[in-house]
Design a protein around this ligand. Structure first.
Ligand code: IPE
Ligand code: IPE
Ligand code: MG
Length: 239
């Protein structure tokens, strides 16, 4: 662990926008798929180090609801890689007591991907170590709309009164129900935007933007971001 990191001030929840796979590949004259493959390798190391560092929740943005706009070839390639990732990594994730969960409309993904994910969820469901959340076919606005619909339906059926709807109830209807809000959000590749990620949950998150392209994001870079986080003063609107 980096010397200046304080184990008592580790964020409970780190969220990452894994961006820059395409540019990484382009810079090497490789197809975009090669960038996604390299990105998957980077992710493996980040999951391991997060666990070692004592982070309780790691949430990664793997595929947004807007990423369907990409070519069919790229999209299919990403889902094939996802299946490969689960097949290659599930045993080790499980051995490391990692619990996998998925955020987003993941049941709409191609059948092979859904089946691989179901295996990962089922295998790791009783694990008590790092909680590894993968955002797949995820869009935060849609997540918020879904929550509003759920609560509106409950109100229409007379099961709750409109005035009973508060932040806590709302949070409980999001994909992230039961997960604490991210303390730290990291985005790689130099882009400084949320791209429809965790809009509700990031109300008071610290943002760290790094120029590193995702496939080059090493555990050392993660520790750098954690160091930056620990130097920040969080005020939550207080003095
Ligand atoms: C992030 O890398 C991975 C996904 C969105 C699936 P990109 O593919 O967005 O890489 P750039 O932004 O084009 O470099
Ligand atoms: C966000 O990155 C989605 C993921 C990393 C999965 P994008 O590359 O899709 O975001 P934009 O298009 O640059 O905003
Ligand atoms: Mg991108």
């Amino acid at each position: 662990m980096e010397k200046q990191l304080d184990p008592r001030r580790m964020p409970a929840h780190v969220a990452i926008v894994m961006d820059g796979n395409g540019r990484w590949a382009k810079g090497r004259g490789l197809p975009r798929a090669a960038g996604h493959r390299a990105g998957m390798e980077a992710l493996k190391e980040i999951v391991k180090r997060s666990d070692v560092l004592g982070i309780k929740h790691l949430t990664v943005y793997a595929f947004s609801s807007e990423n369907w706009k990409r070519s069919r070839e790229e999209v299919n390639g990403i889902f094939r890689l996802l299946v490969v990732y689960v097949e290659k990594e599930l045993a080790e994730l499980h051995a490391n007591n990692v619990r996998v969960s998925i955020l987003g409309e993941w049941r709409e993904l191609p059948r092979e991907a859904v089946e691989a994910l179901e295996r990962a969820l089922e295998t790791t469901k009783d694990n008590t170590g790092l909680q590894f959340h993968i955002a797949l076919n995820y869009g935060a606005r849609n997540e918020i709309v879904r929550a509003a619909r759920t609560l509106a339906a409950q109100a229409a059926e007379g099961r709750i009164a409109p005035e009973e709807i508060d932040g806590e109830r709302f949070s409980a209807c999001l994909y992230t129900a039961g997960i604490p809000d991210p303390d730290l959000l990291i985005r790689t590749s130099g882009e400084e935007r949320l791209s429809n990620y965790l809009l509700w949950q990031c109300a008071y998150s610290e943002f760290v933007f790094m120029d590193t392209l995702w496939p080059d994001f090493t555990p050392e870079r993660l520790e750098e971001a954690l160091g930056e986080y620990q130097r920040r003063e969080r005020r939550f609107g207080g003095r």
